[in-house]
Design a protein. Structure first.
Length: 354
């Protein structure tokens, strides 16, 4: 599948990054021993269901796209990611997909890869500075806005909620936090938000939620910015006697981000109320799709694609393909103008892992 807006140009700065030099400087041969282009994919972590799903999908799509694959796991450590990039260079890869969790500290590595004419696609996160061939992620500000509209509607515009933030060194944590706060301030000023930084750590999230619920037993909503906090949140609510169905007046409304199978099951069971389905399958597919496009010398411009997404220009020389990430609820209703899918919808990747 190709975005409708496809340009071939060797003059632009984007093309200069994407095209490989004729001699392959610093990159070795153009293909693996099986004749397929060799690419490297660094997995950012393997301690969450979301990223384990991404890891599962990656070899599948590499095979479909005719790519040979090398993989590493940087374990949420930018120093290890830098070392993994050096490994890929030594292996002669023709492109690299990565998901840097520290979106500022990755800049020197990106500069080195650009100098070697090795195109990079970042997945889920966007570097604060520097250029990559393409960013593949969803609109993370929309994640925060959708969570806000759902909770704001369910709480009738009044009450208290806890936001379990991710890592604010990550553009994702910042986008979700800023958008949630801005939406609450504008649309639901009667709701007080307790923002808690967690560094994507489930134990930290659980401890801070327990502290907040002890100090403010009238808290009626939780926005956790990823499923990393799912098990801890449910455990804390159970300990407090608050893990009850939505028909119970003690119910605390919980919204997550990811769309993993466990979240979908928990929505159906009434344990949590909503999530935003972050497309693990499409992250894997289009990360590799754009690496292949880079190797083939193709470039892109902003506009609608043929896979239900929009390419935007973030800044000069940096494009981002924003994939679809729907709100998911038990009833498939509309909240604050935001439509949702039912948790058993078969179009959701979390219902199709099998």
């Amino acid at each position: 599948m190709r975005p409708r807006h496809l340009l071939c140009s060797t003059a632009s700065a984007l093309s200069a990054l994407a095209l490989l030099s004729a001699c392959g400087t610093g990159s070795g041969s153009t293909a693996s021993s099986d004749g397929k282009p060799l690419v490297g994919v660094d997995y950012p972590r393997s301690d969450t269901d979301f990223w384990n799903s991404y890891i599962k999908y990656t070899p599948q799509y590499a095979k479909e796209l005719g790519l040979s694959l090398k993989t590493t796991n940087s374990q949420n450590d930018v120093a290890k990611l830098t070392a993994d990039a050096q490994t890929f260079i030594s292996q002669g890869v023709k492109g690299i997909a990565m998901a840097p969790q520290d979106t500022a500290a990755i800049a020197p590595t990106l500069a080195q890869l650009a100098a070697k004419k090795i195109p990079v696609v970042t997945v889920d996160t966007r570097p604060d500075t520097g250029k990559v061939y393409m960013v593949v992620r969803a609109d993370n500000r929309a994640y925060g806005e959708k969570a806000c509209e759902y909770l704001g509607t369910k709480l009738g515009g009044a009450g208290k909620v806890v936001m379990l933030q991710g890592d604010l060194a990550s553009v994702n944590g910042r986008d979700r936090t800023e958008a949630f706060n801005a939406c609450m301030k504008k649309n639901y000023p009667g709701i007080k938000v307790f923002g808690e930084a967690t560094n994507w750590d489930g134990a930290v999230a659980a401890q801070k939620l327990q502290t907040d619920l002890t100090a403010h037993p009238d808290i009626k909503g939780v926005y956790m910015q990823s499923s990393f906090a799912l098990s801890g949140t449910l455990q804390v609510l159970k300990q407090k006697g608050l893990l009850v169905g939505p028909e119970d007046k003690k119910h605390v409304f919980v919204v997550s981000n990811d769309g993993i199978p466990e979240e979908l099951k928990d929505i159906a069971a009434g344990k949590i109320d909503a999530t935003v389905s972050q497309p693990a399958d499409l992250y894997a597919k289009y990360a590799l799709y754009y690496l292949k496009a880079a190797i083939d010398g193709k470039t892109f411009k902003p506009g609608k694609t043929d896979h239900d997404s929009t390419i935007i220009q973030v800044r000069a020389g940096l494009l981002e393909d924003q994939l679809s990430a729907p709100l998911v609820t038990a009833d498939g209703g509309t909240y604050g103008g935001v439509s949702s899918l039912k948790s058993d919808d078969t179009s959701l990747w979390g219902n199709n892992l099998g």
